[in-house]
Design a protein around this ligand. Structure first.
Ligand SMILES: Cc1ncc(COP(=O)(O)O)c(CNCCCC(=O)O)c1O
Length: 459
């Protein structure tokens, strides 16, 4: 397996603070932002980036921060991967756009061929490219509804699928994604998720699936259901890994009732969980799979790949969009996927998982031993790991009461020390680790040490 020592970096891989955060230049730009950018766009970090490479982001004041977020699971190969940057420059120097629906180009075809190859399922496939994850999910639902001539779409509690009207309807959490943005698209039905840490069915994935199936059959009806759409590991909802058997039991039911199984791998895909796609680890071959984020090294690109006999039911001209499969994004994707292969980033993700879980587990044990059992759960796969924080009882015994205040305080304290860590979860009580897969071991360990100390200091 490639280790980080085989990866070369353009920037020093260090955590270095030369000002308070935000520094003076960031504050200047921050004032301009207030006067120019809509207030609805939030930002986690109050500084402005000027450079990024490997596991660091450098801000306009010269601070070098450890990036444990990868821009929300996007810059897996690094935010300025040299192969991706070269491919982008080369393509842009020739043409940035012709519109594939007008004058097509090979890059789009090559990306489609690659996605058909690396996605789960040894069957004939077809791919269509878009720009964002939500756009891919929207189109996967369009394809499913057309090919089945059914309208109902089943999603799950704690799900996140996007911010467009249909994907908001599919997303579970109201704030900040949905509140007052309705009315939402009809024919979307939400079923209980397998959330082992909080589910009374715990690690019995088959029972959890049967619970959902029973509700689908009573409340929706298989014969009116076009598709089940599910994240194999739920992202924004809190890195929820369903219990073994949950996904495969759902997939089997789908097959038996001609309901399409759509895996939303926008966040879990592209080596992030230690395999190309997370559903591989459950032995599930989805009928359609949606992809984005890590696909193109930071360039905006998304995709729907699926069984050819489903994808090709759509009439000519029924799928598209002006920028879908932009040539520069396609060049970036081919380079990024090549980097994932040549650097064995699936192997690196599994290596990162070991480092993260060992470090977090040691901290959980230390805190519990000190009568502060605030780490309720450590879960995830590969470089998609979460720690769920909870509030101990007055007498110091463990509870499962979500602790969003500690979560926010720990992330804030880590940032003040130069470590960018993201939070998530239905209850706002999950710290998530999404480092670039090219981050070096030493830098990762430094970032984890800061984050764990921030949890301990605020527990
Ligand atoms: C599983 C899954 N499906 C779909 C999407 C949507 O992808 P877009 O590229 O953000 O549209 C996501 C995006 N997740 C990060 C959203 C960040 C935010 O907007 O606050 C996802 O994780």
């Amino acid at each position: 397996m490639t280790t980080a020592t085989d990866i070369t970096y353009r920037l020093p891989q260090e955590r270095k603070l030369v000002t308070e955060l935000p520094g003076p230049r960031s504050m200047e730009i921050g004032a301009r932002r207030l006067a120019a950018v809509a207030a609805g766009v939030g930002s986690t970090v109050p500084v402005f980036a000027t450079d990024a490479d490997g596991g660091v982001i450098v801000d306009v004041d010269g601070n070098s921060l450890i990036d444990l977020g990868s821009g929300i699971a996007v810059t897996s190969v690094g935010a300025s991967n040299s192969a991706v940057a070269a491919a982008v420059a080369e393509q842009a120097a020739h043409f940035t756009h012709t519109c594939f629906m007008v004058t097509p180009y090979e890059g789009y075809v090559a990306v489609a061929e690659k996605l058909n190859e690396i996605t789960p399922g040894d069957f004939d496939k077809r791919t269509v490219l878009f720009n964002s994850g939500a756009e891919a999910v929207e189109n996967a639902v369009k394809i499913a509804r057309l090919s089945t001539r059914r309208n109902a779409v089943v999603t799950f509690d704690h799900a996140y699928h996007g911010r467009t009207n249909l994907t908001m309807a599919m997303t579970a959490k109201s704030m900040p994604y949905k509140r007052n943005f309705g009315p939402f698209a009809p024919e979307v039905y939400r079923m209980p998720m397998s959330y082992p840490y909080r589910d009374e069915l715990g690690s019995d994935g088959v029972a959890a699936a049967k619970r959902a199936i029973s509700m689908i059959e009573k409340q929706v009806g298989a014969e009116t259901t076009a598709a089940i759409v599910i994240e194999p590991i739920q992202g924004e909802g809190g890195f929820i890994v369903p219990a073994p058997g949950f996904l495969s039991t759902l997939a089997e039911w789908c097959t038996a009732h001609r309901v399409l199984f759509i895996a939303d791998e926008v966040q879990a895909g592209f080596a992030r969980t230690g395999t190309w796609f997370a559903c591989e680890q459950e032995g599930v071959e989805p009928d359609l799979i949606t992809m984005a984020k890590g696909i193109a090294g930071g360039m905006p690109l998304s995709a729907v790949t699926g069984r050819a006999d489903i994808m090709d039911t759509v009439h000519g001209g029924g799928l598209g969009g002006t920028y879908g499969g932009n040539p520069v994004a396609c060049a970036a994707a081919l380079a990024a996927i090549e980097q994932m292969e040549s650097l064995d980033l699936c192997g690196r993700a599994r290596h990162i998982e070991t480092i993260i879980t060992e470090t977090l587990t040691a901290t959980a044990d230390e805190l519990a031993g000190a009568g502060l059992p605030v780490i309720g759960d450590i879960r995830g796969r590969g470089a998609m790991i979460a720690v769920e924080l909870v509030t101990p009882a007055e007498d110091g015994t463990a509870t499962r009461e979500p602790n969003p205040d500690l979560t926010a305080a720990a992330a804030k304290a880590a940032l003040a020390q130069g470590v960018v860590a993201l939070t998530c979860g239905t209850y706002g009580n999950v710290l998530r680790l999404l480092p670039p897969l090219v981050i070096g071991d030493d830098l990762l360990r430094d970032g984890l040490a800061v984050l764990c100390q921030a949890i301990k200091d605020n527990a």
